[in-house]
Design a protein around this ligand. Structure first.
Ligand code: DAH
Length: 338
């Protein structure tokens, strides 16, 4: 029995020293000292040994238990300190590494262009007005002299929210909302989103327009021409010239479309302007008497002009880009250029 204990002590101590992780060490402790472990078996055997041997055996078994416990504790400490050291090494924080700079954003091209346009008109005394994106058919069409059966309505390809309510197809309804709430003189620009069922390289179902309206006594088409020409020169440079072509809009009479000299070829003809030297950019005209009537303005006394154009389009033209979709895909490689 004594020899057996000595043999056990030797192999247990060897095993404990050989253990290389805290988990294995736990298993090892269970194996030798656990309730079903080797030493427990021996202690049980003590009671069946001859009486005179029992004290010595009991003592030896106890000493073995103490020796193994100490060895296990010692090994635990050693393993813990190496594991901590490894952990510290693996998860080391290097305080001398340079930090990652947070990316700095800037205003989107559309916002930049809107601000700039609003700024140019603000110098001329125009205030900014806003209207809702979800608009009634009345404001979007009827009040602007475009009744239900009017052919101009087809060209707008309207998104209906429910009968009588649409996503506005242009910013022109803001004209009516403003006129209903203030008396002349009025000079406003109204920027905002507009929506049409339309999707190709140069059309997006949502885009931005800016509307202008000026009403006072004695306003003439010459004022309209001067204002547009001034704006184009300020925005595109002093060489930019407008060209007014007769056109039709239900809410203005007379109406015109305005082209400007091509930003790429300066009028000599290129792909962007389809070799015409001109690029169409806005619609405008003198406010129709029916519109004034709907707004309860005295159309004998007041005259006014209105205009509307795509903010996206003007922004893209300035940078000679022709696909509108780049603006809405949120690809930073594109947006960061502006
Ligand atoms: N609302 C027109 C459109 O979306 C643009 C426009 C044309 C606005 C003439 C005007 C205007 O105020 O007088 O096509």
């Amino acid at each position: 029995m004594k020899a057996q204990l000595e043999e056990m002590q030797r192999s247990a101590l060897d095993e404990i020293q050989a253990v290389s992780s805290l988990r294995d060490l736990d298993e090892c402790r269970v194996k030798w000292l656990g309730r079903k472990g080797a030493l427990t078996d021996i202690l049980r055997g003590v009671s069946s040994a001859p009486v005179e041997e029992r004290p010595a055996l009991g003592k030896a078994a106890n000493e073995l238990k103490i020796a193994l416990t100490e060895a296990l504790d010692g090994r635990r400490e050693a393993l813990e300190s190496t594991e901590q050291a490894r952990d510290a090494e693996e998860n080391r924080v290097d305080f001398s590494l340079p930090g990652r700079r947070p990316r700095r954003g800037h205003a989107h091209l559309i916002s930049q262009v809107s601000e700039e346009i609003i700024g140019i008109f603000a110098e001329l005394g125009f205030k900014v007005a806003w209207g809702p994106d979800i608009e009634t058919e009345y404001y979007n069409f009827d009040s602007l002299n475009t009744p239900a059966e009017h052919p101009a309505r087809d060209s707008h390809d309207t998104f209906f929210v429910r009968p009588g309510v649409v996503l506005r197809t242009h910013t022109s309804p803001v004209q009516m909302r403003v006129m209903e709430s203030v008396k002349p003189p009025v000079a406003i620009v109204a920027p905002g989103r507009v929506y049409r069922v339309d999707w190709d390289a140069s059309h997006s179902p949502m885009f931005y327009q800016l509307e202008g309206l000026l009403v006072d006594e004695g306003v003439t088409f010459a004022d309209l021409k001067g204002t547009i020409a001034h704006f184009l020169r300020r925005f595109f440079g002093k060489d930019c010239k407008p060209r007014f072509r007769p056109h039709f809009f239900p809410f203005t009479e007379p109406s015109a479309e305005v082209d400007m000299t091509c930003t790429v070829c300066n009028g000599s003809g290129c792909r962007l302007c389809k070799h015409s030297g001109w690029i169409e950019i806005l619609g405008c005209g003198m406010v129709h008497p029916n519109v004034f009537r709907n707004a309860k303005y005295d159309y004998e006394r007041y005259t006014g002009f209105a205009f509307g154009f795509g903010i996206d389009r003007i922004g893209l033209l300035r940078h000679s880009i022709n696909t509108i979709h780049h603006l809405y895909e949120n690809d930073l490689r594109f947006l960061e250029q502006f």
